[in-house]
Design a binder for this molecule. Structure first.
Ligand code: SF4
Length: 397
């Protein structure tokens, strides 16, 4: 049965409550669900129900296509002037012996290391320190683009931009234009955490506010450029805070259309100030992907970071609204492993990523940062490999 058949069967289920049936009918009719309906999905929607709705939307938009890219990360430093309670990555200045601070030349050398590799994107994000300021990043972006013009520079979050623009005494519009002119091409989704002040005040009160985060993305979108958005979930927030977060993103997206992808980030509790908070279950992770797919009707893509949630959960997520599982990484990020992710040295070859996607009956597509197709791997045969047989996972109902 196809995704629409599953949804039709669900609608005929006499055991389904009237309110959940109403939401399912709205999804079938392509009608937007309300804030209260979003909360209701979290409170009452069991895994199978949410999977049927989310997979219907996913397959209507993308069929079986599942995207990944070939990228590497540069993390300039893991020292940070801020003190987010959930952060396992930042080593405060007092723990400096555990920290690193790369110079401009060291970062440039990391780029040149990939000169003969078919990567399409460099993802630059890390802690916040005073020496990494506007002139530093302008020069870094210019050097990368001068050396390798086709390498897409995706860099820094509003947390960094707010800090460096304030220090340089320039407004967001001026600052983002300077970054664009220097070679920045898109901004990743980090730093969003949970927008609602009841939670943000408790977990990351000293960095940019929700309004500042959204304003920087809005200025960036006004320049005709694209960005992503994240949400750190599964800690002390309630369902209403998750929906509030998605609602703010949905409203900005209605105004600008500049977001490409929404990326739920699972809270991990290793070595941080919230280590007493239990982590969410895999079932809750899948429910969260599904609700995001249903609620964010104006976002094209929902992404799962395989390095953060494990390869198996990433495979399962493809039946719960996810159509992108990020990139090859090449062991160039420490953000997930330091927070306790199963992947301690994250990196997968293209072949491994393709196999991971095919094993659950989906259709692997290597994309560039802007979702242009680089290689269609559906019928691609890697050298010396017999063609394996795969079957599609059923959607649980
Ligand atoms: S989450 Fe980011 S801003 Fe917050 S302490 Fe960690 S590195 Fe710094």
């Amino acid at each position: 049965m196809g995704a629409e058949d599953n949804l039709q069967v669900l609608l005929q289920d006499p055991g389904l409550s009237a309110d959940l049936k109403h939401i399912a009918q709205k999804v079938l009719n392509h009608e937007r669900i309300t804030f209260d309906e979003g909360v209701l999905l979290f409170e009452k929607g069991e895994l199978g129900y949410l999977g049927v709705l989310a997979n219907y939307i996913r397959e209507e938009r993308h069929g079986d296509k599942t995207y990944f890219n070939r990228n590497f990360h540069i993390e300039p430093t893991n020292l940070c002037v801020y003190d987010c309670k959930f952060c396992s990555y930042s080593r405060l200045l007092k723990q400096k012996e555990e920290g690193w601070e790369y110079t401009m030349d060291e970062m440039f050398d990391m780029v040149t290391k990939y000169d003969n590799e078919p990567v399409t994107e460099v993802h630059i994000v890390g802690g916040v320190l005073p020496q990494y300021d506007v002139p530093f990043y302008v020069e870094l972006f210019k050097r990368i683009k001068a050396h390798r013009p086709e390498l897409h520079v995706k860099a820094l979050t509003p947390v960094e931009y707010h800090y460096i623009f304030k220090k340089a005494k320039i407004d967001y519009a001026t600052g983002m234009k300077m970054m664009l002119d220097a070679g920045l091409e898109s901004i990743p989704g980090g730093g969003a955490e949970i927008f609602h002040p009841e939670i943000r005040e408790q977990i990351s009160k000293d960095k940019c506010t929700a309004d500042q985060w959204l304003a920087i993305h809005e200025e960036w979108h006004k320049l005709g450029a694209r960005s992503n958005a994240t949400m750190l979930y599964g800690h002390i927030e309630e369902y209403k805070h998750r929906i509030d977060h998605m609602e703010r993103l949905r409203q900005l997206q209605d105004r600008t259309g500049g977001f490409q992808t929404f990326i739920p980030l699972k809270f991990r509790n290793k070595d941080n100030q919230m280590s007493d908070v239990p982590e969410s279950t895999v079932v809750e992770d899948l429910r969260n992907y599904a609700v995001a797919r249903i609620y964010l009707d104006n976002f094209d893509h929902i992404k799962a970071y395989w390095a953060m949630i494990s390869r198996t959960t990433a495979q399962l997520s493809l039946n719960f609204g996810v159509d992108d599982i990020d990139g090859t990484l090449d062991d160039t990020t420490k953000i997930y492993s330091m927070a306790g992710a199963e992947e301690q040295n994250p990196g997968m070859s293209t072949k491994q990523l393709v196999e991971l996607i095919k094993q659950v009956g989906r259709y692997p597509i290597e994309r560039d940062t802007l979702y242009n197709v680089v290689t269609d791997y559906n019928d691609y045969q890697f050298a010396d490999e017999p063609k394996p047989q795969y079957y599609k996972l059923p959607v649980i109902n």
